[in-house]
Design a protein around this ligand. Structure first.
Ligand SMILES: [Zn+2]
Length: 346
């Protein structure tokens, strides 16, 4: 790939059309198109202007331009069919760009992770087996997964949360060499976020190489077993009532709808009873807005901000940290320099 693709990805990540980007820079759309198609190389000063308009460093664009293979590699994405292409293409570009930032920083620091996400062959392991293997490898306690993001971050997964501006996309993920990057929609309730994270984790484990057909249901089956291991949850899923579903949701940190589906899969809920429960849900308005979500412990990523804080502690200045991670010094969206609540690394 070349520099042009890096520029185009940066522009799409900002949600700009070629015309809008050209106007911002005082260029013609034709000129932008030539740069993006590598028909012409931007001069030194212009490249600096392009990078600064995109909130990145020249070095980031240049190193992306030298990379082998395509920059805009397809991402796994949990989205509804009704999600608008302009929206999910912007998100995909953001993920590609974030991957570059994380990769650049990871090349400069020694990030020692306790765990890792294994690559499992989907033709050898079915999704549920893969989920059980991962839980065993990570030595996770039986039962509900508490602090899912923490587990994933401990395995070198960079999780970023932002408002996607739509509820139709939940999350997307991608490998960055030995690290992985996941973006999740901050507007989703905690239970939904957790399901998305587990779903993307399934993609990272099972679909790191070629992608077999029907990966969405595989990722869902992985997420189900990972968050609700059959052996532990099955006895709890008998005689489901709405009251019982409340309690189970609090305990397992998954939506009541996910619990209903799990019970149905595991054969502890009949099709008739499932239909009945969903009718009740509709009548109560729970299909769109489930209760109890607000009571769940919120899950927020902290790895990137923690890395930034660690670097500050070691004496690096914010502009230096920005440069290390490929963000323009003035970029307000640098997750390594985000002003989150101070959390100590334990
Ligand atoms: Zn998916």
């Amino acid at each position: 790939m070349g520099l042009g693709e890096a520029i185009a990805t940066g522009r799409r990540a900002r949600g700009l059309t070629q015309i809008q980007f050209a106007e911002q820079l005082g260029l013609t759309q034709a000129a932008v198109s030539r740069y993006e198609n590598d028909l012409r190389d931007p001069s030194g000063i212009l490249l600096e202007e392009l990078a600064s308009a995109l909130g990145v460093t020249v070095e980031l664009l240049r190193s992306a331009g030298r990379m082998e293979g395509a920059l805009a590699i397809g991402a796994h994405m949990r989205r509804r069919a009704t999600a608008r292409p302009t929206v999910w293409r912007r998100l995909e570009a953001q993920l590609n760009l974030t991957r570059l930032h994380c990769q650049q920083l990871a090349d400069r620091i020694d990030l020692d992770t306790d765990l890792n996400i294994p690559w499992l062959d989907p033709f050898e392991f079915d999704p549920a087996t893969a989920a059980r293997l991962l839980r065993a490898e990570w030595r996770m306690p039986a039962g509900p997964v508490r602090g899912l993001i923490g587990w994933m971050e401990a395995a070198g997964c960079f999780v970023l949360e932002s408002d996607f501006g739509t509820r139709r996309v939940d999350g997307l993920s991608q490998w960055a060499r030995t690290y992985s990057v996941i973006m999740t929609n901050s507007t989703a309730p905690t239970d939904r976020k957790r399901l998305t994270l587990a779903h993307e984790l399934g993609h990272l484990c099972l679909h790191s190489q070629g992608v077999p057909d029907d990966v969405e249901s595989d990722a869902m089956a992985f997420a189900s077993e990972f968050l609700m291991p059959a052996e532990v949850i099955r006895p709890q899923l008998r005689n489901l009532t709405t009251g019982r579903l409340h309690d189970l949701k609090r305990f397992w940190g998954v939506s009541m709808q996910a619990l209903i589906e799990r019970a149905y899969q595991l054969g502890t809920l009949t099709a008739k009873k499932r239909t009945y429960l969903y009718k009740r849900f509709s009548a109560l308005g729970w299909r769109t807005h489930e209760p109890v979500s607000d009571e769940l412990a919120p899950e927020r990523p902290r790895l990137l901000a923690d890395i930034g804080r660690e670097l500050l502690d070691r004496g690096f200045t914010p502009p230096e940290i920005a440069a290390m991670s490929g963000y323009a010094a003035k970029a307000a969206d640098n997750p390594f320099l985000s002003q989150g609540p101070h959390l100590r690394v334990v």
